[in-house]
Design a protein around this ligand. Structure first.
Ligand code: GLC
Length: 653
């Protein structure tokens, strides 16, 4: 959903794990199983927790619950061993807090080999995290650890109220052979069928794209929701009325002027190329209603008027020059219209601009919708082939779902002659076959028959979208094609944090996120927020170029591959394949020396293994149970090690 969110802290949440060697004890201590001692730090001493590093102490300041919590200085951790039952499933929860949101604090479960688990939070408010723990036969204890990794700002982190709950018996699943992949079947919604798989193949092959949030809001530099909230989340009545907001397009705004004087689309596109990206998606208009293209729509406010430039045209030209697929982001909503909050003119929704119910709002909302049709038609007819559209803001008055609002926008194939907000006849477009007036997606497909779109217009979408920096988990996504989007800095649109290398996401996290996408058959759309001059910060550029260097090494395991043939294990490992190759991604949670590749199908065998991360050959041996052991693989890249396993035959014949 296109809800406001604090992405700056969300994107720091990721699964991480550290493993210790497993030690098996033969004595069973049933009565003790699943007990954490001193789980809420209410005692005056830390026992039985052990400390690593300097600075773990019981703190009486602002605990989550009770009188105390544990404070961990930068680089410190505490741990204790907890007895568990073998072949069991437990749930471990803890409340965690960081000082600023720019560092993270982790809850790790070690000593369980490939079943080690970990979760990290970078939230500056008390946040509950949860990990599932599974024990194999013979495993009778685990080490529970709370860790505040060394951080540059030397910030503390806190933890409180750990709980371990026995869920039930766990029966380990044995993977035998390679099962056929599920094939996505195109569905029909609102009279329009999803694009066939072959039309989406380029996105699945591409894996990595650049998202760009740039517009008037880059002037004040407090994020793309500035018009609505003046950079203060949750603030009341902070909206900036359109007449006042316009001023950011003019030099009178001084340091908050959206100057665009250094905007050179070639710089963006060449950076995307260097980063190993294969497509771009630029915001052509965000909720503030400022169009970055030349538009003749009735009530338009555009860069053509204010800067005599069509930024979208310049951008599209550069995408093509650098051989990148062309993506456009377009929001449906428009804060320049009071009617957006009161489409019926009878029930104005809460808003920050002081608008109240007014019968005239119904016509105002209709004009907003008509402008949308007008502008979308311009976008799909004036710029040549558009490969992908990222719709946003389908919901009305920032309430309900995109699908609920589809009746207002008429996002499907046709317009309904009975609709309460008719699009003006001069803006309507028609189906050449039957003369029927076209709805939003009907019109888009008429001019861009191969374009693929996300679901946020209210129409079902050709692919699905997952937003934000929260960890990507679970099995390979096979029912639909998925794109994950997240931002590199605090917020999507420019904020000063985007130029601060301590606040921009790390190379390690990009590698991790991209790997998590690839092994689940997803693509990653990574956002940059250029400044008011049009430049992407050096901090973001640097990490992107480093990502490009990494992709030069492992690109064979990324581009053109499909996630699978087996499901990943969150935080530990996963697979991608292409032809005769299976690529094994060993994530930072995997600390074993050897890796057991599941059983292949009859007639298939491993003929060679090498590491894309360091170029070295890997020894392997087939075991009696059908698995193939890949030996001595840990350590070549602390973030993610990528192995190429070559088979004698194609993975899927
Ligand atoms: C969130 C933000 C929105 C941004 C979008 C990108 O929904 O609120 O401003 O454009 O994410 O996916």
């Amino acid at each position: 959903m296109a809800q406001p969110q604090k992405t700056s802290v969300l994107f720091k949440q990721l699964l991480l794990a550290m493993a210790f060697a497993t030690t098996h004890h033969s004595g069973v201590c049933q009565q003790l199983t699943g007990q954490i001692k001193n789980p809420d730090f209410e005692t005056s001493t830390l026992q039985p927790w052990s400390t690593v590093g300097n600075g773990a102490f019981i703190s009486a300041t602002a605990p989550y619950e009770g009188k105390r919590s544990i404070e961990l200085r930068s680089g410190a951790s505490i741990w204790q061993q907890v007895p568990l039952k073998p072949l069991s499933h437990y749930k471990l929860t803890a409340w965690l807090k960081t000082a600023s949101g720019s560092g993270d604090v982790r809850l790790n479960v070690n000593g369980l080999g490939p079943n080690n688990a970990s979760i990290a939070s970078a939230m500056a408010a008390w946040t509950q995290v949860k990990v599932d723990i599974f024990t194999e036969a013979g495993q009778q204890n685990a080490t529970i650890e709370i860790e505040n990794p060394e951080n540059a700002a030397k910030n503390s982190a806190w933890a409180d109220r750990l709980q371990l709950e026995f869920i039930g018996a766990y029966i380990p699943k044995k993977i035998a052979g390679i099962s056929p992949v599920k094939v996505r079947k195109p569905k029909t919604d609102m009279g329009l069928t999803q694009q066939p798989n072959k039309t989406l193949d380029w996105l699945v092959d591409a894996k990595f794209g650049m998202f760009i949030h740039w517009g008037l809001y880059a002037g004040p530099g407090k994020g793309e929701w500035y018009m609505e909230n003046r950079g203060e989340w949750g603030a009341q009545n902070k909206g900036i009325l359109p007449e006042e907001y316009r001023k950011f397009a003019y030099p009178e705004s001084g340091d908050a002027y959206f100057a665009a004087d250094k905007f050179n689309a070639d710089d963006w596109a060449s950076l995307a190329r260097d980063a190993g990206m294969k497509y771009m998606t630029m915001v052509t208009m965000h909720h503030d209603g400022y169009a970055l293209f030349s538009t003749k729509a009735r009530d338009a406010f555009s860069s053509k008027q204010t800067h005599d430039r069509d930024f979208v045209a310049e951008y599209v030209r550069s995408c093509r020059k650098y051989d990148l697929k062309v993506g456009l982001y377009k929001t449906l909503i428009n804060w320049r219209y009071p009617g957006y909050y009161d489409v019926n003119g009878t029930d104005c929704k809460p808003n920050k601009f002081g608008y109240t119910t007014d019968p005239a709002h119904k016509e105002n909302a209709r004009r907003m919708k008509a402008d949308l049709y007008d502008q979308v038609k311009e976008l799909v007819t004036n710029y040549g082939k558009i490969d992908i559209i990222f719709w946003d803001g389908g919901w009305i008055g920032q309430q309900g779902s995109d699908a609920d609002a589809a009746n207002f926008w008429e996002s499907g194939k046709y317009l309904d002659s009975e609709n309460k907000w008719p699009v003006d006849p001069y803006i309507q477009d028609f189906d050449e076959k039957n003369g029927k007036p076209l709805g939003l997606m009907g019109m888009v497909r008429k001019y861009q028959p191969d374009v693929i779109v996300n679901p946020r217009s209210g129409w079902y979408g050709d692919f699905k979208s997952e937003e934000g920096g929260n960890p990507i988990t679970g099995p390979v996504r096979s029912d639909e094609i998925w794109e994950k989007c997240m931002t590199m800095g605090p917020g999507w649109g420019y904020t000063p944090g985007q130029a601060d290398s301590n606040k921009v996401i790390s190379l390690a996290l990009i590698k991790r996120m991209l790997s998590d996408c690839v092994i689940r058959n997803m693509s990653l759309l990574l956002n940059v927020g250029p400044d008011r001059h049009g430049q992407i910060s050096m901090a973001e550029q640097h990490v992107l170029r480093e990502t490009g260097k990494w992709l030069k090494k492992v690109g064979g395991a990324v581009y053109g591959t499909r996630g699978g043939p087996w499901d990943p294990k969150d935080g530990q490992y996963g697979y991608a394949y292409n032809g005769k190759y299976i690529y094994v991604y060993l994530l930072d949670g995997f600390k074993e020396k050897d890796f057991a590749l599941p059983t292949l199908n009859k007639g298939q065998k491993v003929v060679g293994v090498y590491s894309l991360s360091d170029g070295n050959a890997v020894q392997f041996k087939k075991r009696a149970d059908g698995t193939t052991i890949l030996k001595n693989i840990s350590g070549s890249d602390p973030d993610v090690t990528v192995l190429a396993v070559q088979l004698n035959k194609n993975v899927f014949p």
